[in-house]
Design a protein around this ligand. Structure first.
Ligand code: NCD
Length: 326
């Protein structure tokens, strides 16, 4: 049975720690100019059905550092544009001698469907509004490099929580690792059933970031928004922007994070994006090392048990499984 990385929610704390430890070791090796290449014969399919800059490039870099080759699949120029279903695309790719696939798709749950038709490991690189596990791992590595531990930290996740897979993966990871998670945004940009997500809900910014150790800003995801969910960008900026002034209520050494791409001047001002609090560029670089960890982790043999392992759902051949939404 293949090992997958589909969500943080279904990944155990010990697996998260193993992934983070491996990522830190890969970082050390790469920075020291050592080659951590393991099995040069592996070929990784990068299936990006949605746009991406940093996630795609960092998976490519991760694969290169590991000595793997990548095969890129561009949705626009593939047979999908001729009406092929996702199931048939995955079945086809399964016979193209790929060893693993990394998949981004606009539908929550699409990578779960892929596990039914692909013979090897599947890594979720972002599925709809569901999860983005490797982003949360990169964010955790960045926090761990700046703070002693995640346990006990006050972390405010601010913005368009409703449409954000980054918010979901981070809320799960941070709460599993003992942080106090605060989720903040206008009520129209918060999920209907907040009880499904770990964290305290705030509709006002200042109480949410009061004494925060970490603030994670989220992009306003207009491509997933219905009209009218925010009255105006200006109002959003006035009420929720992380900037020189609002940062004063957070801890003086508060980290400002953003998964990118940023809407500069909306979610955060130049001071927050580029100043002493910002770790946004560190997040980008760490994305490479957690993806190296993820790519090598999925090829490790899972323990011999019939039970579903972390990150994996029981398989029902030929049947689509929906992604959990919160
Ligand atoms: C995020 C994504 O695609 O979910 N970006 C990323 O992977 N770096 C966040 C976003 O698009 O806002």
């Amino acid at each position: 049975m293949s090992k997958h990385l589909l969500s943080i929610r279904q990944t155990s704390v010990s697996d998260l720690n193993e992934l983070l430890k491996a990522a830190a070791e890969f970082k050390k090796a790469v920075r020291a100019g050592k080659s951590p290449a393991s099995d040069p014969k592996r070929v990784i399919g990068l299936l990006f059905f949605e746009n991406s800059t940093r996630t795609r490039v960092s998976f490519e870099q991760a694969a290169n550092y590991l000595g793997y080759r990548v095969s890129n699949f561009a949705a626009g120029s593939s047979s999908l544009s001729k009406g092929e279903t996702l199931k048939d695309t995955i079945l086809t790719l399964s016979n193209e001698r790929l060893d693993a696939v990394v998949m981004r798709h606009k539908a929550s749950g699409a990578p779960y469907l892929a596990t039914n038709f692909f013979h090897g490991p599947v890594i979720n690189a972002g599925d709809g509004q569901h999860e983005h596990p490797t982003q949360a791992l990169g964010d955790a590595l960045t926090i761990l490099e700046n703070k002693k531990s995640i346990k006990g930290l006050k972390v405010a996740i601010v913005g368009d929580v409703l449409h954000s897979r980054v918010a979901r993966s981070n809320a799960w990871l941070l709460s599993k690792m003992g942080a106090e998670v605060r989720l903040c945004g206008p009520s129209t940009l918060m999920p209907k059933h907040m009880g499904m997500l770990p964290g305290e809900v705030f509709n006002e910014l200042l109480p949410a970031i009061q004494d925060a150790d970490v603030i994670m800003c989220l992009r306003l995801q207009r491509e997933r928004m219905d009209d009218g969910v925010i009255s105006s960008t200006n109002e959003y900026r006035r009420m929720y922007q992380i900037n020189r002034e609002t940062l004063l209520v957070a801890k003086s050494d508060c980290m400002v994070m953003h998964p990118g791409p940023i809407n500069r001047g909306i979610e955060l001002d130049d001071y927050a994006a580029d100043g002493i609090h910002s770790v946004i560029q560190e997040q980008v670089e760490n994305g490479i090392f957690v993806r190296m960890a993820a790519l090598s982790w999925v090829f490790k043999t899972p323990p011999p048990s019939g039970a579903a392992k972390s990150g994996e759902r029981p398989k029902s051949k030929g049947k689509a499984t929906a992604g959990a939404k919160s």
